[in-house]
Design a protein around this ligand. Structure first.
Ligand code: HSE
Length: 313
């Protein structure tokens, strides 16, 4: 059934999960972004309001990832008759490594699909979200948009064609997330990565990815932690993140199973086996940053298995 107006929340996400560059990611309960979409008589996609971005996002409908994705979606369905007004309310930091563009794009796509009575499944929405990511960051990685859209923990088994596998989320797995207030644009953080890797490092990396996936299936928290190591990307990107290794030391002291960069950074995250431990880690990492004069946002979250959801006004 079609609706006149829809209000949607879509979650922030942690991509890579340390060892799974561009292939692993999970959704957080919070933060996230909200999109409000309503039908209007004038056909086309009209981006009428953006809040919470300090004026950083494009206002032009074809350049903004939310409206551009909605436009592509409508073109795909052949619905040139539809006119919509979109409001984007950002409730999470931009350029944080927490999948900010993915949360907005997914909120927009979920909203338009709900507005039109769900003609497409979530899986069918995914390619539009990946295209949106390409517009926002210059590269169409799916490890933020897939968990933001499907919820839970996702594996991008392949990109051509896109093949997404949902992984189990052990019930006692909690995430501690800290966003230090330093700017690391995904575009830059991708450009600095080595394009060639040594076979010995590749062996270490795929051993860890397989170990992490096996740990998720068997709820083996020790195996999950043991597998959260990245020899390919982290050594380069850690340079952009102040106090990275000190944050890891503090997180491990507080009981982190594993610790690493969230997406392309500068946010960092740790897994813990209880909400209390995750809260202690977040507090300790934020305290450390504070001592160095670096402001931060801290979050504690379970794995969000719902993904985007309609919310009441
Ligand atoms: N996999 C992507 C990267 C995620 O690491 O560049 C960006 O959030």
């Amino acid at each position: 059934m079609e609706k006149d107006q829809v209000h949607v929340f879509a979650p922030a996400t942690v991509a890579n999960m340390v060892c799974g560059f561009d292939v692993l990611g999970f959704a957080l309960d919070r933060p996230g972004d909200e999109v409000r979409i309503r039908k209007v008589d004038k056909p086309g996609v009209h981006l009428v309001d953006i809040t919470g971005d300090d004026g950083r996002l494009p206002r032009e409908a074809t350049k903004n990832t939310v409206s551009a994705s909605v436009l592509t979606y409508l073109q795909h369905l052949g619905r040139s008759d539809v006119g919509v007004e979109i409001e984007l309310h950002k409730q999470m930091p931009i350029g944080s490594g927490l999948g900010s563009s993915a949360a907005s794009t997914v909120a927009g796509l979920f909203a338009i699909n709900t507005l039109l009575g769900n003609p497409l499944s979530r899986e069918e929405l995914l390619p539009f979200a990946v295209q949106g990511e390409e517009l926002a960051c210059g590269h169409g990685h799916a490890d933020n948009v897939a968990p933001a859209l499907m919820g839970g923990i996702t594996l991008i088994r392949g990109y051509a064609p896109l093949d997404v596998v949902k992984l189990p989320a052990p019930s006692s797995l909690f995430a501690s997330v800290v966003f230090p207030h330093v700017d690391v644009p995904t575009r830059d953080a991708r450009q600095m990565i080595r394009k060639k890797v040594a076979l010995k490092d590749a062996v270490t990396q795929w051993g860890n990815i397989a170990g992490l996936v096996a740990g998720l299936y068997s709820s083996d928290y020790e195996l999950i932690g043991r597998s959260m190591h990245d020899v390919l990307i982290e050594p380069t990107r850690a340079i952009l993140i102040p106090e990275f290794y000190e944050m890891r030391r503090v997180a491990e002291e507080e009981g982190a199973l594993g610790f690493g960069i969230s997406g392309s950074g500068p946010s960092v995250f740790a897994f813990a086996q209880s909400e209390e431990t995750a809260a202690r880690i977040t507090a300790a990492v934020q305290r450390l940053l504070g001592q160095q004069g670096i402001e931060s946002n801290g979050y504690v979250s379970g794995i969000n298995t719902t993904g985007p959801k309609e919310i009441d006004d």
